[in-house]
Each structure stands twice: as C-alpha cells, then as structure tokens.
Design a binder for this molecule. Sequence first.
Ligand code: MG
Length: 355
Amino acid sequence: MSGTIRERTEAWEAEYLSPYAQLSARSRGRAHPEEPCPVRTCYQRDRDRIIHLCRAFRRLAHKTQVFFSPREDHLRTRLSHTLEVAQIGRTIAKALRLNEELTEAIALAHDVGHTPFGHCGEEALDEAYRSHDPDAHFHHAEHSLRVVDVLERGGQGLNLTHEVREGILAHPKALRGPREYLAEECSTTLEAQVIRVADQIAYLNHDLDDCLRLGVLHEEDLPTEVTQILGRRHSQRVGRMVLDVIEHSMDAPRLAMSEEVALASEVLMRFMDERVYHSPLLEDERRKVRGVVQQLFDFYMNNDVALRQAVGTAPEDRKLRARVVCDYVAGMTDRFAHSQFVHHFLPSGFPSFDV
Ligand code: MG
C-alpha cells in the first residue's frame, strides 16, 4: 500500500462514508495553513488539539450544567455533558456513515465558551456586559468560537478547520424543539447537525436524570407522553431518541425524527423548562448569580490593578476593557468566580494572606 497513513484513511473515507458525509480530504482548511499530519486526518488533529491544548476544555469540569456548585459528586458538569454529547454524536454519525472524528471534534468544543453558573450565568454576563457597552452582547456559542479562534494558547487560538468552527457556531440560540430546528434550512455539514440533535438528547435526558436523583422531580411527575413514547428509564429514553434519529435520517441529505418522538421530546423540553430551567425554585439562586457576575464585572472595570494582575492588561478604552473583562469572567469556573467574589467583597481579617 502506498501513501501516508492519513492518505490511506482519507481514501477509506471516500470509499466507505455516506455521499452526504464531510470528507477530511475535502476540508476547506485552516485560517493559517499547516503541514498535514502523516498519521491523522485534519479532524482527528482538531479533536486531539481540543483535548490536549484547550485550557477552557479542562475548566468545563468545574462548570455547572444546571445546579450551581453541586456538592453531590454524581451530578453532571459541563465536561460530563460534553462527553455525553460526543458519545451520542458518534453513535449517530457512525450509524449514518458520517465523519465520526469531525462530529467528535465539534462536540468536544461546542460548550467551551460557557460561563460559570450555567445558563443563569450566561444571562447575567450578557446583562453585565451590556451595562458597560450597550452595543455588546454575550452568547456562549459565539464565545466558544472566540475561545478556540482567539483566546486559547495565549491569544494564538487553536487554528481549527473551517468545518469544526462552523459546527461550534451552529448551536441553537434558544430552547427550541427538534421539529423547529430540524425543519430549518441549514447550510452546515450533517456532522454539525448531528451535534445539535445530540446536544439536546443529552441535556434533556441527563438533566432529568439529575433532577430525579436530587429529588427535585419524581418519576410520577413525568408527562405520560414522555414515559409512554420515550420510556420509563434514562437509558430507554436516550436509546429511543437516538435510534429514531438514525432510522429517519439513513441515506438522507438532512437529519429527521419521527413526528411521535419529536413531539414527546418537545413535551419533555417544555416540562423541564417549566419545572427546572425557569422554575421559581431556582429564582433565589438566579438572583445571587446575577449579583456575583455583575459585581465582579463592575469591580474589574473599575480596578486597574486587579484587572492587570488577572489578565496582564487594563485597556483605557471602555469598550476594549469591557471585552477583556467579559472574556475573563466568562472563562471562570463556578468555584473560581465564587472565590474571587469572596476575596474581593468579603472581609477576611487583617493581615490577610488568603488569595
Ligand atoms: Mg451543550
């Protein structure tokens, strides 16, 4: 056999993968061209780069999925969520003969731009950022792209391929059901669409599983459509949704779900939104998160020394400074944001060596 291992893998992809798959050899490439690896395809390389080089990826271990700073060791974090998305995504991609490595690379990077304290933290950071720059806004998918393009490796970024970057940005902007987002025109790769579906399958099911574990919800609270159509156990529900996507998307240029499973998924989504994501039960926590994020933001905007110490720069220009502060606060883990709040706002006695 001739050629490098990568070239042989690329030839195998061309022969074996679906006509709708994104072939590694047809990548639109990187912003800064690089010598190809003799062993790995460009998407394998992107996946490895996220795991080995991306500091924001490692911080996901200490970022909240739904419950803040959980003391329960078995609750999902952003990192375990990311791994579940990658696993579900690969299962679907493999069954549909799509590019597994591209799918996995998108999954691993799709949430690296998440703030501390889950979606409450994201809303709070958006508000805080706008309060210092009315033209600005914050959204985690856009920020995930900023992390891999600009912020990682001391400002060099990871120089990922076009298709992985596009997949990161293809993340839905709001809580939407599969019928809505699967029906819309989508110019991205099928692998990017797989991750949109895998993300929703993962979070709806594992958030429900966490709520049942915590006793926030009980088996008997679940709508009948959910238990009858999707199943009574966590693994049944995930399996049913994954299999349904595979069966309805086989050899097709776009992803689909059956009407029945899509409807049941939407019932579950609305149920989780009402009972958990926007539940009055979490209002007190949301209020605290807003306070912490806004006060940290204001503090770094108004304190040159602290900002320079934290990020090595303190721009005079207010918009530029707000951008720097937003990047810094967005990158914090739950526990780091908590410790910075304690450090900057609560007295610790004198002399204090507690930093
Ligand atoms: Mg996600």
